[in-house]
Write a protein that binds this ligand. Structure first.
Ligand code: CMP
Length: 251
């Protein structure tokens, strides 16, 4: 897979919310993000003033685990996956992120190498913010720093849930929990149910729940036959949320 080719903002440094109006919907960003919801327009403008716009085509690596990194990224549009890769090419997906989410803050804050690999799932627009700019901004805005801590706490909770799922539940329950969560966070209403607005391969679904592509395929087919969902070329529609919820309760 190709590594990210970053396209500098044609406007160069100095991109601000006024200049960004055509590329990002501030209201949507605020609605989706704990950190941005707490910020005034002037604060967002101040934070993004020194940032650089980076456009990443679908299915490119933004950065690899182990690389040095001194900037963080704000996802303006598109989706990315955060994953760990084993030496023999296996993948464990830790998180899926969408507009308003922030990643790359760990290396920025602790100075250690990137803890995971981040890959775009769709065409993405990102704002890249350097360490100096971000740290100075946090020093001026303690309230935003607190919101960032809250967002990181939520991330830890989500990772705890992931460990719980992998440790205590069998595949049907793990997969049902995942699909319900994806439906909640990335779902949109469809005529026949809730469509998960993410194109994930069965292998990626497996990498999210610690299972093989074959096991995921078997389970999805069983649920499709029972009318709980539809799965076609990566598009999943949950048709019976209640029935899927019952599946999530099985140990
Ligand atoms: P960083 O270590 O700089 O680069 C990889 C990024 O992935 C990391 O910062 C976080 O932003 C993100 N990340 C790492 N682990 C997790 C996790 N368990 N859940 C969500 N995001 C994570």
């Amino acid at each position: 897979m190709d590594t990210l080719l970053s396209a500098p903002n044609p406007a160069g440094k100095g991109a601000h919310t006024g200049a960004m109006a055509p590329i990002c919907d501030l209201a949507a960003l605020r609605e989706r993000s704990l950190v941005f919801a707490a910020m005034t327009e002037a604060e967002i403008d101040e934070l993004l003033r020194g940032a650089r716009l980076v456009e990443v085509p679908a299915r490119r690596v933004v950065f690899h685990a182990g690389e040095a990194g001194d900037s963080l990224y704000v996802l303006l549009s598109g989706k990315v996956k955060v994953s760990l890769l084993s030496a023999d090419g296996k993948e464990a997906i830790l998180s899926l992120m969408g507009a308003g989410d922030v990643f790359g803050e760990m290396s920025l804050l602790d100075g250690l190498p990137r803890s995971a690999t981040v890959t775009s799932l769709e065409d993405c627009r990102l704002m890249q913010i350097g360490r100096q700019d971000f740290v100075q901004f946090l020093k001026r805005h303690a309230d935003v720093a607190l919101k960032l801590l809250a967002a990181l706490s939520q991330r830890l909770r989500t990772t705890n849930n992931l460990v719980e799922n992998l440790s205590f539940y069998h595949l049907p329950s793990r997969l049902a929990r995942l699909l319900l969560d994806l439906g909640q966070r990335h779902g949109k209403p469809a005529p026949n149910g809730v469509e998960i607005g993410l194109r994930l391969s069965q292998e990626e679904l497996g990498n999210l729940v610690g299972a093989s592509r074959e096991s995921v395929n078997k389970q999805l087919r069983a649920w499709a036959d029972a009318g709980l969902l539809e799965y076609r070329q990566g598009a999943i529609v949950i048709r019976k949320v209640d029935a899927l919820f019952m599946q999530s309760l099985t140990a």
